[in-house]
Write a protein that binds this ligand. Sequence first.
Ligand SMILES: *Cc1c(COP(=O)(O)O)cnc(C)c1O
Length: 430
Amino acid sequence: MSAGQNSLELFARAKAVLPGGVSSPVRAFGAVGGSPPVIRRGNGAIVEDEDGSRYTDFVCSWGPLILGHAHPVVVSAIVDATERGTSFGAPCKGEIELAELITGWYPGLEKVRFVSSGTEATMSAIRLARGYTDRDTIIKFSGCYHGHADHLLVDAGSGLATFGHPTSAGVPEAFAQKTLVLPLDDEEAVQKTFAEVGKEIAAVIIEPVPANNGLLIQRPEFLQYLRDETAAAGSLLIFDEVISGFRLGPAGAAGQYGIQPDLATFGKIIGGGLPVGAFGGRAEVMDRLAPLGPVYQAGTLSGNPVAMAAGKAALTTLERDSVWGKLETLGQYLDDTLGELLKNGPIPAALVRIGSIFWISLQDGEPPRAAADISPDAAEIYGRLFSHLLDNGICMAPSAYEVGFLSAAHTTEDIDALVREVGAFFEGLK
Ligand SMILES: *Cc1c(COP(=O)(O)O)cnc(C)c1O
């Protein structure tokens, strides 16, 4: 894999001052080998590195850029807001408008609180669930990632799976003990746990579309089962929609499956490419937050006016330009082209897709629905595929466990180029 000279030199400097040379681990290419290109600009579906090499980008900043890089409406909203001041630490109109917009879209969402990342959103939602129910234990599912708060960093998907650690060092045993980890797609395990300790369970948290450990599309019946069990036990159901929120549609996975959680968490798309997260639910639960209630939660830059303006510009553009429908059409084109190629290639492979989220599953049989069903052999072959694509101007995520994203800026020609290069890689294997 050949990053250019400028990228190599910059990344050498990076490694001297940033652990691993990065600000977030998977960016370091540890799982796929080679040195990452250092990116200097993005426009539409294209990113350009410090050597001037251009790539068609299917990473899209790991999900946020559903409109592509530097979308003019978002950029101009950011510029306008910035000229009026970057932060006030006081109520601002932007946060009210963004909250009004999404509470009108998402089922059961009456009030929201803004934070600055997906991690903060899930961490705070868990605290609120514990405060509201007066219970300590939470259930999460193996392979689901909910950000890097201590009690959620247990069996948590790609970043950890990529580096072979089930759980992070530095998380006290006592914290992890309050997190029960169950397999996805397994009603019996849920039933058994609720039968044993149902009265201690504050919340069940799940990515309704698990997309951080491959793409593990769940049976609707399983999600409905979680809804029924939590309701019966007086526990809250939390949908972590940090990836799926505003990507599958205005109502996220909740709308897609017709299942309303008690709390939902958002991130990525909601900030239009700036650092924003949010969590919300019905007023009766949300009003337990400070200043109204006893559950403390705060943030110096929360509801930041520039970030709120970017989020509002992105979300209103999604609706105005009917982006979700267009992305589904593009996704179907991906099924018909890449999906067919993978199915008929020289190695076991399949395309897994929901809306504009896709994943290349490199194994035989039905697409996996639980983390344990993913073949460990996939990583080596994915690394080689990844390098071939990057050398030929296509950026995919640097880990076999990460998904790809389509954006409004991608075209059928971009998909044709991807299909051509995957085809060329397959030819080289013969
Ligand atoms: C990305 C992600 C998070 C964490 O969001 P950050 O903004 O990276 O802190 C949480 N949950 C899910 C489902 C995610 O995909």
